[in-house]
Design a protein around this ligand. Structure first.
Ligand SMILES: C[S@@+](CC[C@H](N)C(=O)[O-])C[C@H]1O[C@@H](n2cnc3c(N)ncnc32)[C@H](O)[C@@H]1O
Length: 311
């Protein structure tokens, strides 16, 4: 997977500055992808820093193990969802945890995985972990109209109704199997305009996020990553999507405040139960990539890094 080895890591300097890796420290990279952030953490924590790294994608792990070969003996790699991190890393044991969300460049440029609308003949798969769960084709073929519409609305697709009508019509003639079939349906429902983003962009993103249960994994992954940190440990999260970023921001604000409200209740002063803050926000606002980084790596455009210190 050469393309993943060429992956340009986003906000690399900022991530290393936030986590301040040191020799003897223990770190967790929950999304090791091609291993570029992991390599930087190992380099900066030499000679004795330790890294636990996981990814849901088997092909990413193969690339990461090649990329991290110079640091052999100082890391453990595992194919897993970062939400399950407490299964293998002891609570309170790490000085830093990183999640760099979304897809890696190999997934996006692979002609087989179905993440990209560029490869017509690819199967509509989109699973990061190909051992589990329904594929994107399964969802398109099985979900009811209302559920499909809600999925697209929730991902800011303003033509949801028209696209879903096209999907339902098309699948009654022939079940969805390939990327090309979906691109054709979306393009018929929403004609593209030159210079604009491809009309299928949001549909592909919505399907990818639901196939991989990304928001649910993130919710659980944030809690679990906090749990593996020792006091003073740093949690750094890079998101590329407004829904993800909102979830990260709200989680971090909740950890940093000095009260809870009962589950399901609005945040009203008389409902607050005071407690000690569990964490400290390092920056009020997220960190965005510099103009130089965006110029050399357009993928960085929508990235935002948020950082929290466990108390
Ligand atoms: C943006 S890439 C990470 C790139 C990586 N930081 C690097 O330096 O190459 C995101 C990676 O996270 C993985 N991923 C997404 N959600 C995950 C989850 N819940 N658990 C584990 N890995 C996940 C994807 O498979 C993908 O490889």
């Amino acid at each position: 997977m050469e393309s993943a080895l060429e992956h340009q890591p986003v906000l690399l300097t900022e991530v290393v500055a936030a986590l301040q890796p040191r020799s003897g420290g223990r770190y967790f990279d929950g999304t090791c992808g091609g291993g570029s952030h992991s390599a930087a953490l190992l380099e900066a924590s030499g000679p004795d820093g330790w890294l636990y790294a996981c990814d849901r994608d088997e092909e990413a792990l193969a690339a990461a193990s090649r990329r991290l070969a110079p640091y052999v003996g100082r890391f453990a790699l595992r194919q897993d969802n970062f939400s399950e991190v407490l299964d293998w890393i002891p609570a309170g044991s790490c000085q830093g945890a990183l999640m760099d969300l979304g897809v890696n460049s190999h997934q996006l440029t692979s002609e087989r995985r179905g993440f990209s609308f560029q490869f017509d003949t690819a199967r509509l798969d989109m699973r990061m972990d190909q051992r589990q769960g329904p594929t994107a084709a399964d969802i398109l073929n099985r979900w009811e109209t209302g559920a499909l519409e809600r999925l697209l609305w929730d991902n800011d697709e303003s033509h949801a109704r028209r696209i879903v009508r096209g999907v339902v019509e098309a699948r009654s003639a022939r079940p969805f199997e390939t990327v090309g079939q979906l691109v054709e349906v979306v393009s018929r429902a929403v004609p593209g305009r030159p210079g604009r983003t491809h009309p299928a962009t949001k549909v592909f993103q919505a399907l990818r996020m639901v196939v991989n249960e990304e928001l649910e994994s993130l919710r659980r992954g944030l809690e679990a990553s906090m749990a593996i940190l020792a006091p003073g440990g740093i949690l750094a999260v890079i998101s590329f999507h407004s829904g993800e970023d909102r979830l990260v921001k709200e989680f971090m604000r909740r950890e940093a405040r000095d009260y809870d409200v009962p589950p399901g209740e609005p945040d009203l002063p008389h409902l607050r139960r005071m407690r000690e803050p569990r964490a400290r926000l390092i920056h009020r606002k997220g960190i965005e990539p510099s103009a130089e980084e965006i110029a050399t790596n357009p993928r960085a455009r929508s990235a935002r890094l948020r950082v929290l210190e466990k108390l």
